[in-house]
Write a protein that binds this ligand. Structure first.
Ligand SMILES: [Fe+2]
Ligand SMILES: [Fe+2]
Length: 410
């Protein structure tokens, strides 16, 4: 008997123990000889590892273990990309290898965040950027902070009621045909791995749970709302790919950690950089200059924000989430996503922090940062993920992101 990573299972291996999913539902009985179909189902359910009867040592020496072919320039780029991280660390090494794979498949985005660079304006600002003192005015409504659509508050209110049913949520969501269509597309994507096609919102709520469908609807509403922001100055698609990927990564981590609320970390991940979007929307020229200033100083944007804007996008986003009536728990996830934790943070905070780092590391979209900070090991350790499960979870996140991100922002 030996535990084996789900990505290293080969057809013909024999289950040594029953396999149950996170909710305790029995998926397969022990002694079953696994075929490709069962292996696919295990991956679909996000099972990180199983116990098998045969000797996995013999089985896993094959092409699946081989490192992807790479070339010198890719390695040079990645060595540079990971320069603030210890490549000898097994977590970093696993992510580094995944990046090599992503390069090979042309999936690694080296993003140029600002579509248009007006160097004259940038130069004139570089010398005279003054801290924006009135950032808090945005929150006092004096600068007309955007209100989210009514449907957003209707869903948020509905889910606060413990008696809220799938039928109630379906009735609210169905008022918006475009929201309904996007939601059904996501529910039917490979991410959820439902065996039958779901054609109605009510059935979607039955299949996935009212809370899960509600948080998806909230996420889609926020993204949809911000689609109106001009795409000329910033690359909005890239921004939302980063944000959606972070939400998906957070939710996937959550399914492997007992006691955390996966819908909450999904929303926290999805909205973690929302403060930056407001900065960009209200102070685009200053922010463009900040971007160049950060590059010149070799700092991250979130490091120069407090000096010039008076507040970080993380803090600002957390205040914004409160004005939109998100719970304090979600606001906290947004607030601390760039913290340099000196001790282990609460697990949900750690999940969003690590997810943000991971999706940045593997090159999915961009929130404007052009470098990769160090992974905070206190945050990583707070997740309690074992080395044997690490690789399969990261691959699972990678696969789910590739399959799902496009449905949120098309
Ligand atoms: Fe951020
Ligand atoms: Fe981010």
């Amino acid at each position: 008997m030996k535990k084996i990573n789900v990505y290293k299972i080969k057809p013909g291996m024999i289950l040594g123990q029953d396999v149950v999913n996170r909710e305790g539902r029995l998926l397969f009985l022990k002694n079953l000889a696994l075929t490709k179909k069962e292996i696919r189902t295990l991956k679909m359910w996000g099972i990180p590892e199983i116990t098998i009867q045969s000797d996995p040592q013999k089985e896993i020496q094959g092409p699946t273990d081989a490192k992807p072919p790479d070339n010198k320039r890719t390695r040079e780029f990645l060595d540079n990309w990971f320069e603030k991280n210890d490549i000898q660390n097994p977590v970093i090494e696993t992510v580094y290898d995944l990046c090599l794979n992503r390069f090979q498949n042309n999936q690694f985005e080296i993003s140029s965040f600002f579509g248009k660079k007006d160097d004259t304006i940038v130069q004139s600002f570089l010398n005279k950027i003054k801290p924006i003192k009135n950032m808090h005015l945005l929150l006092d409504d004096k600068l007309k902070l955007p209100a989210l659509p009514t449907i957003f508050s209707e869903i948020s209110e509905a889910i606060k009621n413990p008696k809220c049913s799938g039928k109630d949520i379906a009735a609210i969501v169905s008022k918006d045909p475009s929201l309904s269509a996007t939601l059904l597309k996501i529910v039917n994507s490979a991410y959820y791995g439902l065996s039958e096609k779901v054609e109605s919102l009510q059935y979607a709520a039955m299949a996935l749970g009212t809370r899960q469908v509600s948080s998806l609807a909230l996420g889609i509403t926020v993204i949809d709302y911000f689609k109106g922001i001009s795409d000329q100055r910033i690359n909005m698609q890239s921004f939302w790919r980063h944000s959606v990927a972070c939400g998906i990564a957070a939710k996937t981590f959550a399914t492997h950690i007992k006691g955390v609320v996966s819908e909450r970390v999904f929303i926290g991940g999805l909205l973690h950089d929302i403060g930056r979007l407001i900065f960009l929307n209200y102070y685009p020229v200053e922010f463009n200059a900040l971007y160049h200033q950060a590059q010149k100083l070799g700092l991250f944007l979130y490091e120069v924000e407090p000096k010039y804007l008076g507040i970080t996008h993380a803090h600002f986003g957390s205040l914004l989430a409160k004005t939109w009536n998100f719970s304090d728990n979600i606001s906290r996830l947004i607030h601390h996503h760039h913290d340099n934790f000196k001790t282990q943070p609460p697990q949900e905070v750690a999940i969003v922090s690590v997810s943000n780092w991971l999706v940045t590391a593997i090159g999915i979209g961009s929130s404007g940062e052009t470098g990769l900070p160090a992974l905070n090991m206190n945050a990583w350790n707070a997740l309690g993920i074992t080395q044997s499960a690490l690789e399969s979870i990261i691959k699972q996140i990678d696969r789910q992101i590739v399959e799902t991100v496009k449905f949120f922002y098309e």
